[in-house]
Design a protein around this ligand. Structure first.
Ligand code: PMV
Length: 342
């Protein structure tokens, strides 16, 4: 039997950085789910054991240990997996070497395939519903993947100001938001492609003994509370202030870890300076955020798309590797597919 899903990547506005136990976050986070940056996965389940995986039709034995590790982590919730062989076919909408993390989209697509199959064989999983179970499994694959299960704005990690938010799984942002945030644009500028010098896993681990850890974790709760007012009122000025502060805090934490490290590149800083200068001069609400790498996500409301894209094409493109960027926007979340080849 075969199941197939496509699932998007996401970009955090308030960043998850630091974890405990089995992939539980040290602080709450909120993200925009993207649309065009996505993974499509098909899993064929048959009786037996073992896993094989292809990416874009090519065998990828080097991915097997990661997938097996993931299956072991979720086995206590899905013991039926021990008597199945999984043939996984996957492909990403973005190039593998683009520096865009495929773990959020990849792990969420795989988890959705697994939960759908569990449902088909009448396995009764613990979570309240399909998507909650898929978010728990995704989290066990890669923390930020837990948020890719839903479209729009998604929260992961318990925080006193959001009643149902919790560490085990992500939830759709539960309150009404200003329409400006519904179709926000995110253009990913590819500054550096290929493997990062320090992985996210190593970066999270460095938060364990970080001198600023407790301040950071309480700041993230404070920011979660602040962003709720911003989302409700459409306060773009404070949205920009807060999300840029979050991005630079993330990289500040890397620079002040022991050992310290820097993932930004000279062109990352050039782009940040250009964006801030453009914003000052044009008064247009363009801003940036960063994930754990050198690429820059340029954020702006859909209403200024034409001017934003012109600025990117005329000014920022020179700082991108081979002039590459991906023009994405907030999306509606994963989709079940009936035909992988579509
Ligand atoms: O999900 P991971 O372990 O790859 O960590 C992702 C961490 C950040 O992208 C930097 C922040 C986030 O909340 O997505």
């Amino acid at each position: 039997m075969t199941t197939s899903w496509e699932s998007p990547s996401n970009i955090a506005l308030i960043k998850y950085w630091g974890k405990r136990d089995t992939q539980l976050p040290s602080n709450p986070s909120i993200s925009f789910t993207l649309s065009k940056c996505k993974t499509t996965t098909e899993v064929h389940f048959s009786e037996g054991t073992g896993v094989n995986i292809t990416l874009d039709g090519t065998d990828k034995p080097e991915f097997i240990p990661k997938i097996e590790g993931f299956l072991e982590r979720i086995m206590h919730r899905h013991p039926w997996l021990s008597s199945y062989n999984l043939q996984i076919k996957t492909r990403n909408s973005f190039p593998h070497s683009s520096g865009i993390a495929s773990s959020a989209s990849g792990m969420s697509a795989l988890s959705l395939c697994i939960v759908e199959f569990a449902q088909k064989i009448d396995f009764k999983f613990d979570a309240l519903n399909f998507y909650q179970e898929a978010s728990i499994l995704s989290r066990l694959g890669s923390g930020s993947a837990s948020r890719s299960i839903y479209g729009g704005l998604v929260v992961w990690g318990g925080t006193p100001t959001l009643e149902n938010a919790n560490d085990e799984y992500a939830i759709e942002y539960p309150h009404i938001i200003d329409p400006i945030f519904k179709n926000y644009c995110d253009v990913v500028l590819l500054v550096e492609v290929g493997e990062k010098s320090v992985s996210s896993t190593a970066g999270h681990a460095l938060m364990d003994n970080h001198p600023f850890r407790s301040q950071r974790f309480s700041q993230a709760h404070q920011h979660l509370s602040e962003i709720q007012k911003i989302l409700k009122t459409g306060d773009i000025e404070n949205f920009i202030r807060l999300t840029e502060l979050e991005a630079l805090t993330l990289h500040g934490l890397m620079m002040s870890s022991s050992p310290s490290y820097i993932l930004m590149k000279p062109n990352t800083l050039k782009i940040i300076e250009e964006i801030r200068e453009f914003r000052r001069e044009s008064k247009l609400p363009l801003s940036f955020t960063l994930d754990a790498g050198a690429n820059v996500h340029v954020l702006f409301p859909a209403a200024v798309k034409e001017k934003g894209m012109a600025f990117i094409k005329n000014t920022l493109i020179q700082y991108c590797k081979e002039n590459r960027f991906i023009a994405d926007h907030v999306g509606s979340g994963p989709k079940r597919l009936t035909n992988f080849e579509k």
